[in-house]
Ligand binder design. Sequence first.
Ligand code: GUN
Ligand code: ZN
Length: 435
Amino acid sequence: MTDTAPPRLLRGRILNFSALPRDDTDRAAYRYIEDGAILISGGMIEAVGDYAEIAPRAGAAQIVNHHPHLMMAGFIDTHLHFPQVQVIASWGAQLLDWLNNYTFPEETRFVDPDHCAEMARHFFDLLTSHGTTTAVAFCSVHRSSAEAYFTEAARRNMRMIGGKVMMDRNAPDGLRDTAQSGYDDSKELIEKWHGKGRGLYAISPRFAITSTPEQLEMAGALAAEYPDCHIQTHLSENHDEIAYTASLYPDAPDYLGIYERFGLIGPKALMGHSIHLTEREIAVMAETGTKAVFCPTSNLFLGSGLFDDAGLRARGITNAIATDIGGGSSYSMLQTLDQGYKILQLQGQKLHPLGAFHWVTRGNAVALGLEDRIGTLDAGTEADIVVLDARATPAMELRMARAKTLSEELFILQTLGDDRAIAETYIAGAPVKKG
Ligand code: GUN
Ligand code: ZN
C-alpha cells in the first residue's frame, strides 16, 4: 500500500470486534479498552491494546489524544451510487418512476469527465466526513465516471470498490452501452484499476430490467474471467420491478434465477435490497454464499418494503448493510443503523447496539471477504479508523448524561448521531476530517 502518513499513536477509548456479539455479556466477540492505543505505521495498524502497554513502543510516532471519544474501525458502506449525489432527496416516486424521472436524467451528465471529477471530490468528501472509509459504489454507464471514481480514490489512498454500470436497454439515449461495449469497457477498467493501490473492481450489471440476456451473459463471462472481482446488482426491491423483470425474462424461475443462469451469483455477489424473496431464492442464496444488502433509508424513502434480516440470517445468508445513496436519504452509517433498527422493530426483530456497530464495520468487511484487511483494529490490518463523539450535539450531550454503559452510548450514537458525531476519520493512518 502506498502511504505517506507519518507514524502515529492514537490514544482514546477503543472498541474492536472479533465476531458478532449477541449482547454486552458476549465478551469473546468484542474488546473494549477504556484507555487504549493504536500504533500506526506505513498506513497499517502495528499494535493495539492498553495505552500503558503500547506507549513504550511509540518511538518517534506523533501521539494524538482522542479521549473521551471512542475509536473503532472505519465504517463500510456496501451499496451506493456515485452519480446520485444530486439525486438524493428527490420527491414523491417509487423505484421505477424515481429511476426514470430523476435518476436516469441525472446520470446522463456523467458523460462529461469534468463533471465526473467534480462530483467525485464531493462524493469522497461526504463519505469521509460521515466516517465511511470503504464503500462499494455503482458508477454511471460511462467509463469516465469509473475513471473519476478510481482516480479520486487512489488520490486519497482509500480502499474503494466500484464499477461502471452495464445497462443496454430500458434507459434513455446517452445512458446505454451495448453488450459488447459494456464488456470491453468493464474489462479495460478491471485491468487498469482492480488491485491497483487499494482499488477493487465490482462487475456491475445494473439490474435485469436494464440488461438484455446478451449483456448478462457478457457480465457472467467477465465474472468467470476475473473471479476475484466482486459482482453487484439489484434484486427484488419493489413489486412493480419484480413484475416487469418477470415479463422480460419469462423463462426464469424467479428474479434471482436470471442472475443465477448467467453466473452472477456466489460469495462475491452483492444483491442490493433482496426484500421480496421467494423460498427458492433464499435457498439458492444460502447455498451459494450470495450476499443480501439491506438498504434501510432507501427502502423507507422509496417505499420498497421491510428487509427480513433475522429470517435471512436464520437461513444462513450473510447480510450487509448500506446507504444506497441516492435512493437512500443519508450518507451516515449511523443514520442507516437508526432506520434499520426501526425497520426491524416493525417486524419484531431486535438490533443490539453492539451488533449494529459490528455490522457497519467487521460485519460488512466479512460480507465483502475483506475482514483480513479492513473492518477491525487488529494489528496487520489497514489503519482506517473512525473517532466517535457521543456528545456532539446538545441533545446527545443531554442524553449521554444518563448513559451508564457502552451499549447505551452506542445506541445514542446510532439514534441521534450523524456526521457531527464523527470527530475524526483516518484513512490509512492519515486524518482526513480535520486534516
Ligand atoms: N435498481 C436499479 N437501479 C437502481 C438505483 O439506482 N437505485 C435503486 N435504489 N434501485 C435500483
Ligand atoms: Zn442501488
